[in-house]
Design a protein around this ligand. Structure first.
Ligand SMILES: Nc1ncnc2c1ncn2[C@@H]1O[C@H](COP(=O)(O)OP(=O)(O)OP(=O)(O)O)[C@@H](O)[C@H]1O
Length: 451
């Protein structure tokens, strides 16, 4: 987990109570500090939290100041390399309002954040990969969750009333938003245009309903598909990258919201549930690790399962069954991020905090959340789609025909020539068999054209 600090409250005269020491973030309790040796007070003066990375971005003059580029070099490149290998990735920013979530995820025109840098990296990577036997297709979508309603930020309705989309669950692909628009992008400029369009819609929507933007969660998703040749056979590697800018976490504290859950519209149910999901997953992961160490001597060779198993009622028959139920479906955000939070995705949580003493309890709560989330064990897996045997037959046939035609005519085939028919048929049959996205054809078409 990662920690990022911002300067807003220091400008308002707050005393700095957070410091970063390598990969450790330390927070000082001034109330305990005020008493001689903290006598009669059981609270810690300084509490330290260890993370994978800690960033200090309070003062640009400071030698340890972490710029957007430093954050990208650590986290953004991890996202890019994971996506290239075919993992689903989720990167989300969590923290109190004004602590720098949007700054970290999106940035400003002069200080570009993680999302645009990751998009740029995907296109650079594609250019880098050009001589390799691969070709990529990139699609994006952008949605907002506000008061448990999902809105497409890239497809606005003509009517004044914003329309909402439904979340559904596919038995294999998991939860998805029905009717969410996906946009094919072929260069960085197109992504930035869509990103800006979505951000503008997000802000407009927030003003329209008279709420601060911090009350909505924005999820920018990149669908990155690569067509590669492995041992001369076609293979598709797909990765979904979720980049999430969450609402302010002050509404995530269950004690803050407990009495108000029934108030409905005013409560950010998604953040409350996210907190519950994170702490339950962390607990389950701890149970899971202790189970593993307990059972290591009695190794039965079986798969002990992911700690996020939704079937979590306790029956007392074994330690693995003491795992708690995870209420993903209690909120739209956690349902949509189900795989990212406790499933097959690589997930990075960026916790942003204010260093000012006035934010002590919020900062403490965010650091505890991040520390908790660090204990979650996911089981990332590569998303590969291998062609069916029928497709392979077609593909081999095509290869033979292509070599034969080149041999006989010594002629450069163009994509519209009849010689491409078998190849087309082979992917059509694949589509028919698997019911996959028709545009996959273009990925392979590009791919073959590059060979
Ligand atoms: N590391 C930083 N360096 C410089 N300015 C920053 C930094 N982090 C945040 N800011 C600035 O602080 C202000 C608040 O940041 P930001 O909008 O990112 O907060 P937020 O956590 O997204 O808030 P909200 O939950 O309300 O959306 C912005 O003007 C932003 O540009």
């Amino acid at each position: 987990m990662d920690l990022c600090l911002v300067s807003r409250e220091t400008k308002e005269g707050g005393r700095i109570i957070v410091e970063v020491d390598g990969k450790v973030a330390k927070i000082r309790n001034l109330k305990v500090d005020g008493r001689p040796d903290g006598f009669g007070d059981s609270r810690e003066k300084v509490v330290a939290f260890g993370f994978d990375y800690c960033y200090w971005s309070v003062n640009p003059e400071d030698p340890q100041y972490a710029s957007q580029d430093v954050v990208f070099q650590d986290l953004g490149t991890e996202v890019l390399s994971g996506a290239a290998k075919g993992y689903n990735i989720c990167l989300f920013a969590y923290g109190q309002t004004g602590s720098g979530k949007t700054y970290t995820m999106l940035g400003t025109p002069v200080s570009v954040g993680l999302t645009p840098r990751i998009c740029e990296g995907l296109f650079l990577r594609e250019d880098d990969c050009a001589p390799l036997p691969s070709s990529c297709r990139i699609k994006v979508s952008f949605l907002e969750i506000y008061n448990e309603r999902v809105r497409d930020l890239l497809k606005q309705s003509d009517q004044k009333k914003a329309y909402t989309l439904r979340v559904r669950e596919h038995p294999e692909m998991g939860p998805y938003v029905q009717g969410l628009s996906q946009h094919v992008v072929t260069n960085y400029k197109q992504v930035i245009q869509l990103l800006e369009e979505g951000i503008a819609n997000r802000i407009t929507a927030a003003t329209h309903v008279h709420e601060a933007s911090s009350r909505s969660h924005a999820i920018f998703t990149i669908y990155y598909t690569q067509a590669v040749l492995e041992n001369n056979l076609p293979l598709e590697i797909a990765s979904k990258i979720n980049l999430v800018d969450l609402a302010g976490s002050e509404r995530a504290d269950p004690s803050y919201c407990k009495d108000r859950l029934t108030e409905g519209a005013n409560i950010n149910k998604s953040l409350v549930t996210l907190g519950i999901v994170i702490s339950t997953l962390a607990q389950n992961s701890q149970v899971f690790s202790s189970c593993q160490s307990l059972s290591s001597s009695a190794s039965d060779g079986g798969d002990s399962g992911v700690p996020s198993s939704p079937s979590g009622t306790s029956s007392g028959r074994g330690p693995s069954q003491r795992q708690s139920y995870i209420p993903y479906r209690d909120s739209v955000l956690t349902w949509l991020l189900k795989d990212s939070l406790g499933g097959n995705s690589r997930t990075i949580m960026v916790a942003t905090v204010s260093p000012a003493h006035t934010s002590y309890s919020e900062t403490m709560s965010t650091l505890r959340y991040a520390s908790n989330a660090k204990n979650i064990i996911n089981k990332p897996r590569v998303n590969e789609v291998r062609p069916s045997s029928e497709v392979l037959v077609w593909y081999s046939l095509h290869q033979v025909l292509l070599s034969f035609s080149l041999f006989i005519t010594n002629w450069e085939p163009d994509t519209y020539s009849p010689i491409y028919m078998p190849w087309r048929l082979c992917y059509l049959s694949d589509l028919l068999l698997k019911g996959r996205d028709f545009s996959n054809i273009s990925v392979y078409q590009n791919h073959l054209e590059r060979l």
